[in-house]
Design a protein around this ligand. Structure first.
Ligand code: NAD
Length: 462
């Protein structure tokens, strides 16, 4: 048995960041993780491996489409899936090993195993009980199940199985046009699969700005992805090396079938809190299984905190990281804070999509007077030279005060460009502040400045 100031349960982006910050702030800290490697879903089977597959497939696609236009002539590369998966795995390993190094450097103890909480102040691993003044639950999430669809991670897969397929599917059916469905759907479409995405709603990427959703759908359709919207998947029958999906079109209740070699279930995730002993402790959870937290992320039991995917809010690694740092500050007697109004979201399709703050639809609903500043990447010199003129930057600002309320970008490096607006919003900036900031030429970020100029007297290059 050991005694700590803080034990963090889970070493995903929320948990490991929280543990490192606790240690940096002088607290004796341990982090429990049952996986063989640190980093949680994000580093092991989520964000990081999918980014490697997105990058590899993008390079393959680029070689097949744009190389010749740039005078790069030669045989098009062939796909060696085994080697591609090995590259993906090595990316995962360098990152997970990196967290192990950071734990050692910051003197965070890694307690290996799956934890439960027998009582406030106690964490149990196997037969051992460790004591802690505070416990932080950062146990993350798992793919949610879909009635009538049984996952075997071979033919019917979640994102985990989709990142280690034994062979490239000829036909991939994706259930759900959310972030996972579109990112992994893009990977396999670029690697040559016929990809059909079935989505329950009448639009893709629910919650995003509608204009962005429509543009993204148009661009992905051009890349060969097929979309069936308003389609409720009701079951999947897996046979030898293929599966048949049955779905109902909501507009007329008609039943349809779709055959595929692989089916990706990407219909959302749910908090992973099995085995922690929440009910026995009396920790309140919502209907969806999220742990309820009050001020400063404390649960209904004193001394037990929760962060990340296990609580409410977007299931994003960076939201969990911010909560992890904030809780560490609270536990060290400081004032931890997260500005939930400025949490960016990125979809790593090609082109990328990034957003922060309010959508146009939300502002309309709120009855807020706003203005829109838009600029197409077609007017951006660097984007054009990269064959990346599709998409635009859209800024939303208060009509009276010009204060930035939201940004929605679809185009090259959108996931990087969005942070200029995040910083501006954190400082309560007006669109004019961005417009009057000198931006280097030629850069993609000039498109952001031009959109800010469009909120005022007008963009120059549009
Ligand atoms: P999601 O919630 O983004 O999308 C799920 C989609 O499935 C929704 O559009 C929903 O309408 C649809 N759906 C649900 N049931 C259906 C049915 N029976 N038939 C047809 N469609 C159905 O979920 P996800 O894509 O699985 O991602 C899970 C979580 O992981 C999300 O919170 C996401 O933000 C996060 N994530 C983020 C990133 C990123 O930030 N780039 C990457 C991967 C995952």
């Amino acid at each position: 048995m050991a005694e700590y100031d803080v034990i963090v349960i889970g070493a995903g982006p929320g948990g490991y960041v929280c543990a490192i910050r606790c240690a940096q702030l002088g607290l004796k800290t341990a982090c429990v993780e049952g996986r063989e490697t640190l980093g949680g879903t994000c580093l092991n089977v989520g964000c990081i491996p999918s980014k490697a597959m997105l990058y590899a497939s993008e390079m393959y696609h680029e070689a097949g489409t744009n190389f010749e236009k740039m005078g790069l002539i030669g045989a098009a590369p062939k796909i060696d899936l085994g080697k591609m998966l090995a590259y993906k795995q090595s990316t995962v390993e360098t990152n997970t090993k990196g967290i192990e190094f950071l734990f050692k450097k910051n003197k965070v103890d890694w307690l290996k195993g799956w934890a439960s909480i027998p009582a406030a102040g106690e964490v149990k691993l196997g037969d051992e009980i460790h004591k802690a003044r505070s416990i932080v639950i950062a146990s993350g999430s798992e793919p949610s199940s879909l009635k009538g669809v049984e996952v075997d991670e071979k033919v019917v897969v979640t994102s985990t199985g989709a990142l280690e397929l034994a062979k490239l599917p000829r036909r991939l059916a994706v259930i759900g046009a959310g972030v996972i469905g579109l990112e992994l759907g893009s990977v396999y479409a670029r690697l040559g699969a016929e990809v059909t995405v079935l989505e329950y709603l009448d639009q893709i990427t629910p919650g995003m700005d509608l204009e962005i959703c429509r543009t993204l759908q148009k661009l992905l359709t051009k890349q060969g992805l097929k979309f069936v919207l308003g389609a409720a998947v009701e079951g999947a029958e897996a046979g030898k090396g293929k599966a048949t999906l049955s779905y109902k079109l909501r507009k007329d209740d008609s039943l349809h079938e779709l055959e595929a070699d692989v089916v990706l279930v990407a219909t959302g995730r749910r908090p992973y809190t099995h085995g922690l002993g929440l009910a026995a402790l009396g920790i309140a959870t919502s209907k969806g299984g999220q742990i309820e937290t009050g001020a400063h992320w404390e649960t209904s039991v004193k001394g037990i905190y929760a962060i990340g995917d296990a609580i409410k809010g977007p299931m994003l690694a960076h939201k969990a990281e911010d909560e992890g740092m904030a809780v560490a500050e609270v536990l060290a007697g400081q004032k931890g804070h997260v500005n939930y109004g400025v949490i960016p979201g990125v979809i790593y399709t090609s082109p990328e999509v990034a957003a922060v703050g309010a959508t146009e639809e939300a502002l309309k609903e709120e009855g807020r007077a706003y203005k829109v500043g838009k600029f197409p990447f077609m007017g951006n010199a660097r984007a054009k030279s990269h064959f990346a003129g599709d998409g635009f930057v859209k800024l939303l600002a208060d009509k009276e005060t010009d204060r930035l309320l939201g940004a929605h970008i679809i185009g090259p490096a959108a996931g990087e460009l969005i942070h200029e607006i995040c910083v501006a919003m954190e400082f309560g900036a007006a669109a004019e502040d961005v417009a009057r900031t000198c931006h280097a030429h030629p850069t993609f970020s000039e498109a952001v400045r031009e959109a800010a100029l469009a909120c005022g007297d007008g963009a120059i290059h549009a």
